[in-house]
Design a protein around this ligand. Structure first.
Ligand SMILES: Cc1cc2nc3c(=O)[nH]c(=O)nc-3n(C[C@H](O)[C@H](O)[C@H](O)COP(=O)(O)OP(=O)(O)OC[C@H]3O[C@@H](n4cnc5c(N)ncnc54)[C@H](O)[C@@H]3O)c2cc1C
Length: 379
């Protein structure tokens, strides 16, 4: 693992830093969620105009053809500048790369460009009330009717569905086949009467995710991605991209929050308190290990061409450390951190979902146990 940047990498970072300094979107607007979302969407448009929205995509699809290290630099710099993630993050990190891997030329022509400009937002319709960790047991049905597929079922926890034009939808197209083999991956148009989006209010007070009620939605055959019956394979590509993309953004954000809590503790004269000092030291150590493990994951992809188990390890470590950090912040700040609407109460409450979203900690531990340590399978 070599942690020094090459000359082109340093040039890339400096160019991006200068661009972000000139084009920073400013503070997130307070108030309605929809307003904040529009602010992120406008910021993505600006990123796209500057050629920065999809740095890791090939140039032919509107990207910058960045290397993995440059892509990591992009997310690090975004976090360092305290700029938001682009609004269409699921389109850029999940839908786009999956369409590039499995899409026909027509699908690439139709779907990729509006992802980059945030003209068409994407959501991920995988989880169902009885299928989360065990995704392959999902029940949403797809039945062929002429040139269309007719889809009926329910999805849940669908982040950003209320803003989305398209959904990455996995449904059961063959009830006779073994459960992993009867699935198909569809690109579903959300703008139809048959798709109802109902927001779910989270502990933070935001409606970040939704329930989707799908009652005979129609999806044309040309919106099947990767072939009928191949849904499991295509979905795994989406899930692999989910863990690989954000590690650098998240580890820099964690470091920033830790620095802020350090300053708060210092301002309150708490650094001499051995218990506080001990917890700060522990969090500092974990933030540093996280940074180095994110780079180790990058080295593995560069060397072997695919993400190693580090993706599961960093997600597990980051989510637990972020929960410890936000709890620690509440201990340092006292009752202020428990006031509704306070930034620190938001951080504390939002962190609860970290160990669930994008794969629960228990599932990640199973992956590390089986694939890294070679322990016997849990089931
Ligand atoms: C903020 C947030 C955003 C999300 N956004 C989306 C989205 O946009 N699209 C989408 O499709 N989904 C989304 N999800 C859903 C997320 O992927 C699921 O919640 C997650 O996969 C877990 O599934 P589940 O909730 O059904 O829990 P379950 O799978 O029912 O798990 C319940 C509990 O059992 C444990 N468990 C389950 N299986 C095992 C096992 N084999 N070994 C050990 N323990 C096990 C789990 O760890 C968990 O503690 C989001 C979730 C959150 C919190």
């Amino acid at each position: 693992m070599d942690l020094t940047f090459t000359e082109p990498e340093t040039a890339f970072r400096d160019e991006l830093r200068a661009w972000l300094a000139d084009n920073h979107p400013g503070e997130e607007p307070a108030g309605e969620d929809a307003e904040a979302y529009q602010w992120r969407r406008d910021f993505q448009r600006r990123l796209a105009e500057g050629g920065w929205a999809a740095v890791h995509w090939p140039v032919e699809y509107g990207g910058r053809g960045a290397t993995l290290t440059q892509s990591a630099i992009f997310f690090e710099e975004l976090a360092r500048a305290k700029a938001p993630l682009p609004a269409n993050v699921l389109g850029l990190l999940l839908a786009g790369p999956t369409i590039m891997a499995y899409g026909t030329e027509e699908q690439k022509d139709r779907f990729l460009a509006p992802i980059v400009t945030a003209e068409e937002i994407w959501c991920q319709g995988f989880s169902e009330p009885e299928a989360g960790s065990d995704l392959a047991s999902l029940k949403t049905r797809a039945v062929k009717d002429g040139e269309d597929w007719v889809v009926t079922g329910q999805k849940v926890w669908t982040s950003g569905a209320q803003y989305s034009k398209w959904c990455m939808l996995v449904a059961r197209s063959d009830t006779e086949a073994p459960k992993h083999k009867g699935l198909t991956y569809f690109l579903m148009d959300m703008e139809q009467e048959a798709v109802q989006v109902r927001p779910l209010r989270q502990i933070t007070g935001e409606d970040e995710f939704n329930e989707l009620f799908i009652e005979e939605a129609r999806i044309p055959e040309q919106n099947v991605l990767g072939g009928v019956g191949n849904g499991w394979k295509v979905a795994l590509t989406t899930l692999m991209n989910e863990r690989a993309g954000l590690a650098f953004f998240l580890q820099v954000r964690l470091r920033q929050v830790l620095d802020e809590v350090f300053a708060e503790a210092d301002g309150r004269g708490l650094l001499e308190d051995p218990v506080i000092a001990d917890r700060l030291g522990d969090l500092h150590l974990k933030a540093e290990v996280l940074r180095l493990t994110a780079y180790r994951g990058l080295t593995a992809i560069e060397r072997y061409g695919q993400p190693g188990p580090e993706g599961s390890l960093t997600k597990w470590m980051w989510s637990e450390t972020n929960q410890q950090l936000t709890q620690f912040a509440a201990d340092v700040l006292g009752t202020q951190a428990l006031t509704a609407g306070d930034r620190w109460s938001y951080e504390l409450l939002r962190a609860r979902g970290n160990t669930i979203e994008g794969g629960t900690t228990e599932i990640l531990k199973n992956i590390v146990a089986e694939r890294v340590l070679g322990l016997p399978k849990a089931r």
